[in-house]
Ligand binder design. Structure first.
Ligand code: NAD
Length: 499
């Protein structure tokens, strides 16, 4: 067990500045209006730094820098860009623990997740796209004896990116790595709840990129996000956040006829067929673990398996077992590597989850475990901690239909295969889903019949860079990860040449 020292205390791996500026054109630039906002750590609820409350003026400045940098960056060879992306990956890897502590302090998540998942995945993302851009081939088709068609991949130019607070670094890197690989310059706006860790990352890698290729402007949605997303000087807007905000982003983009990538909300079903607990073995253990994934990252995951559908015939023993397992989830200081569940990312999010705990109870759902705030005492008593909670109810309840984005799973039972699939698909969303069955045919069929962009079969919450990720229905448009992501950051030039 390691307990990392809190930032600001002796022995801490990370030193935050008391005040950050925007990162524009390769340097730190104060916001034009001179306004900053306070950024608390969810671990204790205390402010640890100030961050610019930027406005349209700062966005314009960042776009100036990006436009200055974009032509030369877009003309670098793919080999040069791949070398830079690999160097960025190496730099992050060399500083993995420091970045992990920064992310934990800013977001409240358990440091073990940052050390073992978030940051290693971010590193791999840069390496993956360094390889992907070199592997991408252009096209040449012979049209007739005299004429050939050449196809070239060209960068879009300057792109806007807006990210949420649940995986600040990983969501940032999911957007930054492919955009850079494809030769674009970037203006990125982090979420106001978690503005600091991404600035620590940018400071760490700044010398590896030409000035102006990557710019970060902090601030709130309407004041800084809207002037970016609606700006005539971007050639694409990539957004991850709530479905309601995604609708606005699409409206802004429509004015400028630019492409959008929207990674939005979810209410993912996790289906357990009746053969999962047939015997006490490694599979049964894995399936229980798959159920408790609702509490991973404090449930603040867009693909959180927040609806568990369990076949009636096994419901009692299954739910007894998973409730016991859920009670063993260790809550505590997020900087302690033994801690499995940390703090919710903000007080607003904490309050929202608490209100859904009330809604679930008022709707008549049964609380199998949890259902309240977690009081961890001492220094943590001001932090935003919630008990992992299992509700049992039915799919018509609000707790089954609305995204809570917390460590709360709503369980319903189903009678047969058709009932399972129709209940799973009875939602606005279509981002993720899980299927658990020892029967390969059932698992395969369910995987195909569920309307979701990612279905995990006999596993959950794996995010390899080379597996396409994105939503059906109100969960979004476009995909992230995978080679196909490059298409979202490039345009195709066709040259039809007669000789
Ligand atoms: P949010 O929509 O409130 O905010 C996301 C970002 O958009 C923030 O940076 C915010 O400042 C900005 N923003 C807000 N209003 C804006 C506007 N009018 N114009 C431009 N920018 C604006 O979402 P959130 O609460 O930060 O994130 C949680 C949501 O994100 C959940 O719904 C979750 O499911 C979703 N999410 C989806 C994925 C995915 O890959 N599909 C991944 C992570 C999170």
């Amino acid at each position: 067990m390691t307990v990392y020292a809190q930032p600001g205390r002796d022995g801490s791996l990370v030193t935050f500045k008391p005040r950050y500026e925007n990162f524009i054109g390769g340097g730190w630039v104060a916001p034009a209006n001179g306004n900053y906002f306070e950024n608390p750590t969810p671990i204790t609820g205390k402010t640890f730094c100030e961050v610019p409350a930027s406005t349209a003026e700062d966005i314009e400045l960042a776009l100036d820098a990006a436009h200055k940098a974009a032509p030369a960056w877009g003309k670098t060879s793919v080999a040069e860009r791949a070398v830079i992306l690999n160097k960025i990956a190496d730099r992050i890897e060399e500083n993995l623990e420091m970045i992990a502590v920064a992310e934990t302090w800013d977001n409240g998540k358990a440091v073990r997740e940052c050390l073992n998942a978030d940051i290693p995945l971010a590193i791999d993302h840069f390496r993956y796209f360094a390889g992907a851009i070199r592997a991408q081939e252009g096209g040449l088709s012979q049209i007739d004896d005299d004429t050939v068609a050449y196809h070239f991949h060209e960068p879009l130019g300057v792109v806007g990116q807006i990210i949420p607070w649940n995986f600040p670094i990983l969501m940032g890197v999911w957007k930054i790595a492919p955009a850079l690989a494809a030769g674009n310059a970037i203006v990125l706006k982090p979420a106001e709840q978690t503005p600091a860790s991404i600035l620590v990352l940018v400071e760490l890698i700044a010398d590896l990129l030409p000035d102006g290729v990557l710019n970060v402007v902090n601030g709130f949605g309407l004041e800084a996000g809207k002037p970016l997303a609606s700006n005539k000087r971007i050639r694409k807007i990539a957004f991850t956040g709530e479905t309601t905000t995604g609708r606005l982003i699409m409206q802004y983009a429509s004015q400028n006829i630019i492409p959008v990538t929207l990674e939005l909300g979810g209410k993912s079903p996790n289906i357990f067929f009746d053969d999962v607990n047939a015997k006490d073995d490694a599979y049964w253990d894995k399936a229980q673990e798959g159920f408790t994934m609702f509490a991973l990252n404090q449930g603040e995951v867009c693909t959180c398996p927040s609806r568990a559908l369990v076949q009636e015939s096994i419901a009692d023993p299954f739910l007894d077992a998973v409730a016991e397992r859920t009670k063993k989830i260790v809550q505590g200081n997020p900087l302690d590597t033994d801690t499995m569940m940390g703090a919710q990312a903000s007080n607003d999010q904490f309050e929202k989850i608490m209100s859904y705990l009330d809604i679930g109870k008022q709707e008549g759902a049964e609380v199998l475990t949890g259902g309240a705030r977690a009081d961890l005492g001492g220094e943590l008593s001001g932090g935003y901690y919630v008990q992992p909670t299992i509700f049992k109810g039915n799919n018509r309840m609000r707790i089954f239909q609305e995204e809570i984005f917390g460590p709360v799973v709503s369980v319903a039972t189903f009678s047969d295969y058709d009932d399972a699939i129709s209940t799973a698909n009875d939602t606005l969303y279509g981002l993720g889903a899980g299927v658990w069955s020892r029967n390969g045919n059932i698992a395969y069929r369910a995987g195909r019949d569920i309307q979701a962009g990612r279905v995990w079969v006999n596993n959950y919450h794996a995010y390899p860079a080379h597996a396409a990720f994105g939503g059906y229905k109100a969960s979004g448009i476009g995909r992230e990860n995978h080679l196909m992501m490059l298409d979202h950051y490039q345009q195709t030039k066709n040259l039809l040449v007669s000789y």
